[in-house]
Structures are given as structure tokens and as C-alpha cells.
Design a protein around this ligand. Sequence first.
Ligand code: AMP
Ligand code: MG
Length: 412
Amino acid sequence: MTTMRDERRPVLGVEEALGRILEAVRVLEPERVPALEATGRVLAEEVTADRDIPPLTNAAMDGYAVRGADVAQAGARLRVVGEVAAGHLSAVAVGPGEAVRIMTGAPVPDGADTVVRFEDTQPEGEWVRVTRAYSTGKNVRAAGEDVRAGQVVMRPGKVLRPQEIGMLAAVGHLEVLVIRRPRVAILATGDEVVPPESVPGPGQIRDANSYTVAAQVRTFGGVPLLLGVARDREELVRRGIREALARRADFIITSGGVSVGDFDLVKQVLAAAGEMRFWSLNMKPGRPLAFGVIRSAAGDVPLLGLPGNPVAAMLSVELFARPAVLKMQGLPIRPRRTVTARLTEPIERKDGRRHYLRVRLRRTEGGYEATLTGDQGSGILNSLVLADGVAVIPEEADHLPAGAAVEVILLE
Ligand code: AMP
Ligand code: MG
């Protein structure tokens, strides 16, 4: 939704902005990785079974391999002619009136078609008595009953979970083709911002955003590339962008330098080195959000310019970078889990923007209750540290009384 509330500049709605960002990112190419490293990745090839699993007809229980015809009635007495364990083949076949001791997973000997459980037998020297009637085929697993040689067990697009990793091992497919993880360059800006490992001087603050964003990118499956802090000079921000390209970034995230006080640093860089697509959103926090592409020899690289305020920065990454990073990996873009909760206090505002309020949730008999985590300023990182989720206040809701129901995105 595009609104003109500000009169001077068109302000983009959250969904429209996301649509434009997703248009600018593509699914990345595949790479081969060890199956053990492939959990959560998207398969980019067809995987077929190289052999039958199980390879041979085998026992589903510990007991005796017998001929079904011999045990159709309770009380059969059979001669024990051998023994077979899992991983071995029986040296003897089972003839009429005979039995072979067999362990779970061991191949059923020639001549046998049924396994009688130990629990249903009584040993009698070299003989065994079967105490109940059995139907032919009982407790026997057929060769290939799990998968057949040549069968397609997974197709491209499959998100690999632990069970798929196990199947890759079972069929001997230990190097697997999956969509590559996006490399996400992260550049902080600000004369007052210093790397977190240095001691801030007077008036300086540590760069919190690069760490927040790196941690978020990692949870989305991306590879963060931390480029440090650039001072508020166009040339230094451009140097950071060049480094991002040199390190083959698929996506660039900057923080700070998108507000008027910073002379719109990131906007200038985008205009000079690429193309600005939008720079203002109808949301709070996070109105000054810039998006565009940087032109490079290897193609356009999308750049998301976050506001410097830590809450606005994190929320913008959650709303806009997460879907992009998922899409680049070929993953489905599933919305976060939400709950409906009742506000414990009224909310008043008149700006027509979509607000994201940090709340703590409490479960009551009547459902969830949402309480604001104190000061909702976009620079109050602690309002996120204390939060279980963010309540979404729609654009048109100017007044919400205590008790009003709101949707809360869970920060899990
Ligand atoms: P800006 O968007 O550059 O005007 O920054 C807005 C506010 O966010 C200022 O108070 C900055 O000090 C703060 N800020 C900017 N960058 C960071 C950062 N990397 N970590 C923490 N706070 C920041
Ligand atoms: Mg700044």
C-alpha cells in the first residue's frame, strides 16, 4: 500500500516493499557438500537408491527361522540345525521339520519363510517346541521393502531434515548437491560507532547492529561477512561496498546513514554505484529504510540500508532480509509463528504507520496477554532483549483500548 500522508514523499507499505526486495533476489546456484553438513539445505538433484534396503529378506524378531507349513498349528516340534546372526549368511538351509536360530536383521536362510519369536518357544535339547500357531511370512521383512534399487528417494527442492540425511547415508550418497548459502556482507556506518572489541571513547558507542544482524543472518541460513564500521564519509562507505563485492557478497546490509542527519549517506552511495529502489517505509520503527542494487561486473547485488537505531535495524532484517535470504537458498518463505494476545494497556497514536511494539507475553486462562517492554524508542535495544514478540498494530488503528486483541510475531 502506498500512502501520501507525509504529502511530500510517497511512502511504501511493508508488503509492497517486501515484494520489491524479493523481485531483486534470485535462487543461488548449487554446490556439493558432505551429507552431514546438509541439514536445513535445499536439495538440487535427484537422489536414487543404489541398492535394495534391506538387501535380503530378513528377520524382524529374534527367534527361529522355520517353514510356515510346519508351524500352522500350535505345538510343532522342530530340530534346530544352525544359527545365524545379523550381517552373516546361514550356512545351512531349513528343511521340513527344521529350524535355524536367527537374530533380528539376519537374512532368512533358504527354505525358511517365517520367524517364530523366542517368546513362543520352549527349548528341548537339540529341538524346539513352538507353543502357538503361526501364519506363513510372520516376522519376516522383505528385501527392498524400505527402498528398491533405482528408486528415487528425494527430488530437487526437498528441504533436508535429519531423516533425509539418514536416507542419504543409507543409499551411500555422501556428497550431496544443495543450493549454496547466501553470503551476506554487513557494514556499519557512523562516526560515533566503534567495533565492539574496542573501548568506546567519549561519545562513542559499540557497534551492536553488526552482531545482531550477523546472528540473524546465521539463523536464516546465510553466511555473514562482517566488514566492520565505516565512518560517515561517502568514500569510506563506498570502500566498504567494494570490499563486499570483492568478497563475493550476494546481499549487502548496511546500518546507519539513512537519516537526514547523516546527509543520506547510503542513498548517495546507492545512487552513485547502482540504483535506488525505495528509501522510506510506512512503518515504525524503521521508516528510513533504503533498498536498491549495486552494479558490479558479476551482476546486480541487492543492498538493504538499515536505519542505525538497533530496534529498527533488527526488525527491518527480520521483515525484509529474512525472506530474501530464505529465497536465495530456495527455501519456502514461511511467516513466523504468531499468537493473538490482549493488550494490557491502551495504545494511542495518529501517524497512520504500521507499528511493531515489543511485548512480553503471559499465558492466562483466557489466552495470551501482551505487555509493552517499557520505552518503545527505536534505539532501546533492551526493549527487544526483554520481549517475547512484537505486536503488529495495523496502519488504521489510531486507538486500541486495553483488552484489544493484537497479533504478536514470536521472537523465537
Ligand atoms: P543513524 O541511522 O546513522 O542516524 O543512527 C541512528 C542511531 O542509531 C544513532 O543514535 C546511532 O548512534 C545509532 N547507531 C547507528 N549505528 C549503530 C550501530 N552499528 N550499533 C548501535 N547503534 C547504532
Ligand atoms: Mg549515523
